[in-house]
Ligand binder design. Structure first.
Ligand SMILES: [Zn+2]
Length: 463
């Protein structure tokens, strides 16, 4: 089967892809702790397991993780004794629909609007699961490599994530290449590979200046106001240009990959007219290559009409950590910064809530080259290199467990997909094109061992 025939097969499979996606979106497998969503997650896991059996994977297992729906695991050998193993990842749990009244279409019903398929999970990540399934169905028998499929039910939950159970399942999941289908292109029709994910330090800081609240009338002036102290400390985190400034953390690094146009960020982030973007580097620099701090919440004890001086005030902070920066050092720098800027001898107490390391893919490996070549075949251009602001503990865990493996993030979640927001949608052309990319990529991987470091470009499909 040549590349033209493979493309025709993918297109012939798109109506079943649509039917499958409609069934899957109708399963409300929302990540959450209550019994109803757990039952829907179990139904979604059963659906995925059954569909994988139908796609030629007789061995399907359900892996249990604490407090969330099971992870579906399947494998099928292919490509002969020396063939590499490629693991394809997606997740079936979805972000909550949030306010259903805000949606233009019913969130759990696949609805076509202007050629896009709308519904919660249409892109993240049920659309990516359909990308994997369509690629595997198009390749048929025999597969060019050993394929493992992993479809998680706990990706959208920080607590129950499969990442925490990796130690238990690592021997089962071992692979030469991990294709994490939970990302997307630069734009529809513009290919991209996501190569880095930011880490995160979450911390709360409490500042105390008085034993108890005091009235402003008799005491304002000399009495130290804890809320004012906290605001002064928080203000120290930005320079006049809006760059995040944490003492001891470099904030001048540049991003070497794709450009993120300021106009597009304004639209994606819903920035109001006349309000400026922060930082004096390019958007991609401050988004993917530099530390960034956000004040999540401020709390203080006295509310209401009385004019009182606050005795204490607390802020919750979120520090995004770029690749190349150690998250533990970043946390130390944040603590040191807060201690050094606290005014008036105020008492400062800090509590670390969570820490997630950043992730940096190995972009020079043979699997990366094979994927880039498949993208050139399908889209006619070199893929851009993207970063991602969000964390992904699973990628970090896989990189730690399998240091020699290549981990590649791709998928159908381009910016118009509005993942995690109301009106999520997917462009079916992206499912078709990315399924073709994946099928061609698997065939290229079958021609060379990704571990051997040969050039996978020669004799590839479409040449
Ligand atoms: Zn996702």
């Amino acid at each position: 089967m040549n590349a033209v025939e493979l493309r025709a097969r993918v297109h012939g499979l798109m109506s079943s892809a649509r039917d499958d996606l409609a069934e899957l979106i109708a399963l409300r497998s929302v990540a959450g702790p209550d019994d109803h969503t757990t039952a829907e997650c179990v139904r979604a896991a059963d659906w995925v397991a059954e569909t994988l059996r139908g796609a030629g994977f007789p061995q399907v297992r359900l892996l249990t993780v604490p407090d969330a729906g099971p992870t579906v695991y399947a494998e099928r050998p292919g490509g002969g004794p020396d063939a590499p193993t490629v693991l394809l990842y997606a997740h079936y749990d979805v972000h909550p629909a949030l306010d259903e009244d805000v949606w233009k279409t019913p969130p759990f019903e696949l609805t076509e609007v202007d050629g896009r398929w709308h519904g919660r999970g249409a892109a993240d990540c049920k659309g990516n699961l359909l990308m994997h399934l369509t690629a595997l169905r198009a390749l048929g028998e025999p597969l060019p490599v050993n394929v493992k499929v992993l479809v998680e039910g706990s990706a959208e939950r920080a607590s129950g994530s499969l990442a925490h159970s990796l130690g238990e399942y690592a021997p089962l999941l071992a692979a030469d290449v991990f294709v994490i289908g939970d990302a997307g292109n630069l734009a529809v029709g513009v290919p991209a590979i996501t190569v880095s994910l930011r880490g995160q330090v979450a911390l709360s800081v409490t500042v105390q200046t008085l034993e108890t609240a005091r009235e402003a009338g008799p005491y304002a002036g000399p009495a130290p106001d804890a809320l004012a102290a906290l605001l002064q400390m928080l203000a120290s985190f930005r320079d006049p240009a809006g760059n995040t400034n944490v003492l001891g953390l470099d904030n001048m690094t540049s991003w070497g990959g794709a450009i993120y146009a300021p106009a597009r960020l304004r639209e994606d982030a819903a920035v109001l007219d006349g309000v400026g973007l922060l930082g004096n580097g390019a958007v991609a620099d401050s988004l993917w290559a530099r530390p960034a701090i956000t004040v999540l919440d401020i709390d203080y004890p006295v509310r209401g009409e009385h004019a009182m001086i606050q005795p204490w005030a607390r802020a919750r902070l979120d520090l995004r950590v770029p690749p190349h920066v150690d998250e533990a050092k970043a946390a130390q720098a944040l603590v040191g910064h807060l201690n050094s800027v606290a005014p008036w001898g105020a008492h400062v107490r800090m509590e670390r809530e969570s820490t997630v390391p950043p992730f940096l893919a190995r972009a020079g490996g043979p699997a990366y080259a094979a994927l880039a070549a498949a993208m050139r075949d399908v889209y006619g251009e070199e893929p851009a290199q993207l970063g991602r602001g969000g964390t992904n503990p699973l990628c970090v865990g896989l990189a730690e467990s399998f240091p020699d493996a290549e981990i590649l993030l791709i998928g159908v979640e381009e910016p118009l997909a509005r993942r995690h927001e109301p009106d999520e949608s997917v462009d079916p052309a992206e499912i078709a094109d990315m399924a073709l990319v994946e099928a061609l990529f698997l065939r290229r991987c079958g021609r060379v061992s990704p571990m051997a470091g040969e050039d996978p470009g020669g004799g590839g499909p479409g040449r």
